[in-house]
Design a protein around this ligand. Structure first.
Ligand SMILES: [Zn+2]
Length: 213
């Protein structure tokens, strides 16, 4: 992934495998995650063209609890928190679940906030104005998932997010090296959503990013 990132001219790339509850996606348990963090730190010592950041895409469990304890999250450079299972048909439930996750100080970014899969699955009901306000209050970034099946958060919401001062993080959701190219699609959607370069986390240099984190 680092080599593919370097080939695309990326200065840095975050690695965020799924967490243990997403077993269908081979989510990492605590032990494997800690080993991955170590491997990433060792890799970065070689001063590669594309520096890796150690992250996780941590499941937000029912009720808003996270899939890893804070002691594990504290070891990471960043944490994406996402709902992958157990969607509620109740807007209040889903909204409270996201809000509770964002209140965790180790959560950096909210992943695909509506869970939609285009042409396949409708978004779960969620109060997005509330989520955006909470993101602004807690300083949580929001993902623009660049996978063409997701493109979540939808472009129509970004203008509002931006005006609240919420930062957007373009994530390719890459499950293989070729998927890093989804970033191009994300840039197009971000522009359609009236985002400026300064509204994106991805435009930061590595030192700027580290400061932000
Ligand atoms: Zn996800």
């Amino acid at each position: 992934m680092a080599q593919a990132g370097a080939d695309l001219g990326l200065e840095w790339l975050g690695i965020a495998d799924h967490s243990r509850s997403s077993f269908q996606a081979h989510g990492l348990d605590e032990k494997r995650l800690l080993a991955q963090i170590e491997a990433i730190r060792a890799y970065n010592k070689k001063r590669p063209a594309c520096t890796l950041l150690a992250g996780t895409e941590c499941d937000i469990l029912k009720g808003g609890k996270l899939d890893f304890p804070d002691s594990v999250l504290a070891e990471l450079d960043y944490v994406i928190a996402s709902i992958h299972a157990g969607f509620s048909s109740d807007e209040k439930d889903n909204t409270a679940r996201l809000l509770r996750a964002m209140e965790n100080p180790y959560v950096t970014c909210l992943g695909h906030p509506t869970g939609r899969l285009l042409l396949e699955r409708e978004p779960y009901p969620v109060n997005l104005p509330k989520v955006l306000e909470a993101a602004a209050e807690t300083g949580t970034w929001i993902e623009l998932n660049c996978n063409p099946w997701r493109l979540d958060l939808d472009w129509r919401w970004w203008h509002r997010a931006r005006d609240l001062g919420v930062l957007c993080c373009l994530n390719p959701d890459a499950h293989q090296t070729q998927h890093l190219r989804f970033l191009d699609l994300g840039v197009t959607v971000a522009r359609k959503g009236w985002l400026r370069a300064s509204d994106l986390v991805n435009t930061r240099t590595l030192p700027q990013l580290r400061k932000l984190l």
